[in-house]
Write a protein that binds this ligand. Structure first.
Ligand SMILES: Nc1nc2c(c(=O)[nH]1)N[C@H]1C(S)=C(S)[C@@H](COP(=O)(O)OP(=O)(O)OC[C@H]3O[C@@H](n4cnc5c(N)ncnc54)[C@H](O)[C@@H]3O)O[C@H]1N2
Ligand code: MOO
Length: 403
């Protein structure tokens, strides 16, 4: 009798984290870096800002010169200089003096703060009334305040975000080392599976899994390759798997992952001499019959055929592996809207809709079968109910993760 070696979701993630992969990196320009995985630590070789500058248009002063100044009791200061952008102030400020300074202008020596224009009144070319007290560093961006020289700015294996690109530019970095994009082969199996552009006869099912895997692969920053539909035939599955393995870093096979007579993924995987099955069966609903194997430096994921299960396994496991576990899960907290019972022994992936009522966010569960292709299009996020919980109760505070 064939039995699954059911592993917990956390253990599966741990096994995947421990897999040594052959890192192949390449150098790219920062313009090309969005969504790529950094292969080096980025340290700043400068202070940002690299000079003290004003954050407002106004008059640079030493705070002691205007101590006690107010709208009713302004203090007169002598204008020493009109500082220009992109130039070094020529004069040092002494007690009772001020310099006009634009936003972003370099602070003159002797000044430690800036009074906003709105609180000043120019009396002549040489004198200005200051109607506000300021404290040291008020309206000043001091050297290294944002980033200090030598600071670790971005850590290796971070997935580069749009705002990281601006940060790299501010550091004057043109090229960075990133991991080469992983190539991901996608195979769908099943005698009943037809191309999505064909009209299904009774018993036939359009191939939706290859397309959702294609999209999710691209979203994860890898390159998908479609290896088409393969019949439920052991030799055909082996042939397709070997072909995909020879061209890709990771192979995803949907369908045939269970233990039925027509489920050939496991035997196809086992027929590869260097393949090692790491997992066959995960304590997650849906997606239980998932297979994870390694062949040299390559990985094979045998996914259940059910469309919802495919999405769940990709979202909770494969995507994390592709991204080297570098992305923090984003979530919002919400109150669960109803009582929900689940069987013990498997973690459950539950899609939810979010609703705002009386200043609270409520999560409403969407009833779903593993065969659904539609449910995630209706969902705003998902909840993972832990393996040993019997469900969720109405009003329970939960984390809703981004889909
Ligand atoms: N005796 C047992 N039977 C089953 C178990 C079990 O533990 N013991 N687990 C069940 C669970 S849970 C799942 S999930 C399924 C997974 O089975 P397979 O991976 O072998 O998947 P298939 O039978 O090939 O397909 C299932 C379902 O999905 C449809 N499908 C398949 N490929 C596609 C595709 N590319 N696009 C759209 N839909 C697809 C297929 O037509 C089937 O309806 O096993 C249970 N059985
Ligand atoms: O694990 Mo299966 O995907 O529940 O139907």
């Amino acid at each position: 009798m064939k039995l699954f070696k059911i592993a917990d979701l956390e253990d599966v993630l741990k096994i995947l984290k421990e897999q040594k992969s052959e890192d192949i990196c390449e150098e790219i320009t920062i313009e090309e870096s969005l969504g790529r995985i950094l292969y080096e630590d980025i340290l700043s070789d400068i202070n940002i800002p690299h000079f003290d500058r004003s954050t407002v248009d106004g008059y640079a002063v030493h705070h002691k010169s205007v101590n006690g100044a107010s709208e009713m009791m302004p203090i007169i200061t002598k204008i020493t200089e009109k500082i220009k952008m992109n130039s070094i102030p020529e004069k040092e400020i002494k007690t009772g003096e001020s310099s006009y300074i634009p936003t972003g202008g370099m602070m003159p020596k002797g000044a430690d703060s800036v009074v906003m224009m709105e609180y000043t009144e120019k009396l002549s070319e040489n004198d200005v009334l200051i109607g506000k007290t300021v404290s040291p560093l008020e309206n000043v961006n001091s050297t290294g305040e944002d980033i200090e020289k030598g600071e670790l700015v971005l850590e290796a294996f971070r997935k580069i975000k749009a705002y990281d690109m601006g940060l790299l530019a501010a550091l004057g970095i043109k090229n960075i080392k990133v991991l080469k994009k992983l190539k991901i082969g996608i195979i769908s199996t099943g005698d009943e599976i037809i191309e999505y552009y064909e009209m299904p006869l009774p018993g036939q099912v359009r191939n939706s899994n290859s397309l959702s895997l294609y999209g999710m692969t691209e979203r994860a920053g890898a390159v998908p390759y479609n290896f088409g539909i393969v019949k439920d035939d052991e030799e055909a599955v082996k042939k397709a798997l070997n072909e995909a393995l020879s061209k890709c870093d990771i192979v995803l096979i949907s369908g045939g992952s269970s233990v039925g007579e027509r489920d050939h993924t496991i035997s196809a995987v086992e027929s590869i001499p260097e393949a090692e099955v790491l997992v066959h069966g995960i304590a997650i609903k849906p997606g239980k019959p998932t297979i994870i194997a390694r062949s040299g430096s390559k990985m094979i994921f045998g996914l259940p055929g059910n469309p919802f299960a495919v999405l769940v396994i990709f979202r909770t496991i494969i995507e994390k592996y592709i991204n080297r576990f570098s992305e923090k899960e984003k979530f919002v907290t919400a109150l669960f809207d109803t009582n929900y019972h689940k069987a013990m022994g498997r973690s459950e992936f539950l899609p939810v809709k979010l609703e705002e009522r009386d200043d609270e966010v409520y999560a409403l569960p969407l009833r779903v079968k593993s065969s659904s292709v539609a449910v995630l299009a209706k969902a705003d996020g998902f909840v993972i109910i832990e393996k040993n919980k019997e469900g969720l109760y109405s009003g329970e505070k939960i984390k809703v993760y981004e889909l």
